[in-house]
Design a protein around this ligand. Sequence first.
Ligand SMILES: Nc1ncnc2c1ncn2[C@@H]1O[C@H](COP(=O)(O)OP(=O)(O)OP(=O)(O)O)[C@@H](O)[C@H]1O
Ligand SMILES: [Mg+2]
Length: 436
Amino acid sequence: MTAMPRLHGQRGSSMNPDNNNQGQEQSPQRQPSGSHVPMRDHQRIRLEAVSKRWGDTAAVDAIGFDVAPGEFVILLGPSGCGKSTTLRMIAGLEQATAGRIEIGGRDVTHLPPGDRGISMVFQSYALFPHLSVADNIVFGLRSRKVPKAERRERLARVAQLVDLEAYLERKPAQLSGGQRQRVALARAIISEHPICLMDEPLSNLDARLRGEMRREIKALQQRLGMTVIYVTHDQVEAMSMGDRVILMQDGRIVQDATPSELYERPASAFAAGFIGSPAMNLVTLSAAADGAVIDGEPRCSVAPHEAKGHWLGLRPEEIRLLPADAPGVPAEVIDAEYLGADSIVRLKVGSQQLRARLDGRPSLAAGSPCRLQWRRETAHFFDASDGQRLAITGHDLAAPPGRHRFEPGLAGASTQDREARASSYPAGNDSSGVKR
Ligand SMILES: Nc1ncnc2c1ncn2[C@@H]1O[C@H](COP(=O)(O)OP(=O)(O)OP(=O)(O)O)[C@@H](O)[C@H]1O
Ligand SMILES: [Mg+2]
């Protein structure tokens, strides 16, 4: 057997024996005697100005957030932004340098992991290779001296829940990655701790299995009413699983929002670029006579003057390609990448490049001229100096003020007519030399 890895921050003999089991299974939360706090409130987590420094470096810098009982909260961000450190401080596996961590209204900042009432699932699974699946799952219950009959009953229930009944006698080496992951999950679930912390639990799995496990974990969490904090750098996991996503950068919180808020109203250019694939286009705006234009393309203003010098953000899926004689921003096709259900078309606008996501497989010759439109509410603006979101509303490119954006034949048409006309040109209509 390999030696049991010790937990970071473990305090030797003062540790509860439960903690000597890889951090997966910890003792139930001790409640203050005479406590009348409703059960669900014990699942509440609160961080206030929590920091972690190593020498001069702040891995986590005065962050704060609340997690409500039963909520599924994602810590998302690029490698090294402090996600694991934050999770490990909540678990008690790292000591916070400053700030306060509360679980169920209790200050747990300086409590050992075993006194926090949480379970944890790691990326590495941390299974005991010499123990069977069943023994791995009940390991924590054994060390807590849960009677054998109860262990057996809980094992049967949890094995059914994660669909491992047929594998209970196997050793971890005889399991697939997904099955091992489910053993690690089962071990967290069987503990019946209402709070589960997960650190990149799916990163060892292939894409198909990751998709399945995403749905399974989410369904389980909902069925059991668990509070989950889930660390990932994968935006798909974040968007599909999270009730809320806390996006981090350099040890700080950039945005704390629902997945749809994060997608529709990114707080900064960093947030805009982190969510969505391909990422949001960010192009530089410069000044023209009738407003701000995409740099190098002075014929069509896209926003009021105040936007000049800043960035325009456009999601690839919000850009529509229209014939070269339609209203909109003049552009030229660079190339198209076919992905199956859709294609990513690269476009040149003035000195800038944009990517548009179009359905199917448009046949677009390199160099074809076209016009671009987007709905004004899908245009985002960010300050070029600090990347922060700006409260600017862009022009309506289909029905604008300003002569450059009028299509001659539609100058007197109603807004509905124009919209109907515009939407009848799917990406690259064949009346324009831009063919599908
Ligand atoms: N024990 C340590 N000693 C010194 N620095 C550390 C230690 N652990 C982490 N760090 C630093 O703290 C920062 C945050 O690390 P952390 O592991 O929290 O990042 P992460 O967001 O989980 O990244 P990843 O996605 O790569 O897992 C990093 O710059 C890292 O190098
Ligand atoms: Mg990490």
